[in-house]
Design a binder for this molecule. Sequence first.
Ligand code: NDP
Ligand code: 8X3
Length: 254
Amino acid sequence: MTTKTALITGASAGIGFATAQRLSKAGYQLILVARRKEKLVALADSLATDCHIIACDVNNHEQLKTELNGLPSSFAKIDLLVNNAGLALGLATADKTDWDDWQTMIQTNCLSLAFVTRQILPGMVERNQGQIINIGSTAGNYAYKGGNVYGASKAFVDHFTMNLRADLLGKRVRVTNLVPGLIAETEFSHVRFHGDMDAVKAVYADCEALAADDIANSIAWIAGLPEHVNINKLEVMPTCQAPAGLAVDKTMLD
Ligand code: NDP
Ligand code: 8X3
């Protein structure tokens, strides 16, 4: 049996880290992408399957392209791409938010996800075999106060995924938007709140959120389905979370 190869962006923490562990257990050799090399090296050392490390900012497209074009031949045929690297920055309303934060989110969550896809997809199409799992967010499906550009960037991931499906009709290349809700114990909220631990704790207090492993297991399930089955979209929330309706302001008549 030939070993399958998966490339995971954002493998140094959270969902990407857990996914590397889960896919390695399923027998995949891995290409691990993130900025923090030491985390990737420690992860690779702990896994039983072979790993190739790309310590790179996904927004550095020139470096990323060079790294992907120079993959060792044993890693060059990518079977599974997990487009996971992404972030939210801040929770301010749109009138107060930091413009740099908006640019970083659009750059990372939209442009770089599209860039990585554009680099890897031609090989999949040529081999007529492959799978892409994009990590979206419930923030892309449901608006909430302060979600502004983060939610919009994840709506991009959703529609980009469906348009890829349209382009790939007739090819054996599968594409999924995996849409998680609230996940605790990743670095997501540390990043969003710039290390403000009180704000981080408040997000996850008094509820049982998803764990990164829950999403890693969903990824492994999607990847393990027979080739004729494509999950277009999978939304996963903790039981303690639900889409809870629209808001009505009762003070505007004052
Ligand atoms: P983490 O912050 O724990 O992990 C993010 C990963 O992305 C890290 O490995 C980080 O690595 C990498 N990353 C971020 N920016 C870059 C960059 N410019 N270049 C390379 N790598 C980058 O977050 P999560 O695991 O929670 O989130 C992963 C994905 O899941 C994101 O797309 C997020 O939007 C989405 N998501 C998260 C939810 C949650 O509640 N946590 C819910 C729904 C979706 P490094 O810093 O080393 O570069
Ligand atoms: C992360 C989930 O609700 O914090 O994508 O935006 S949420």
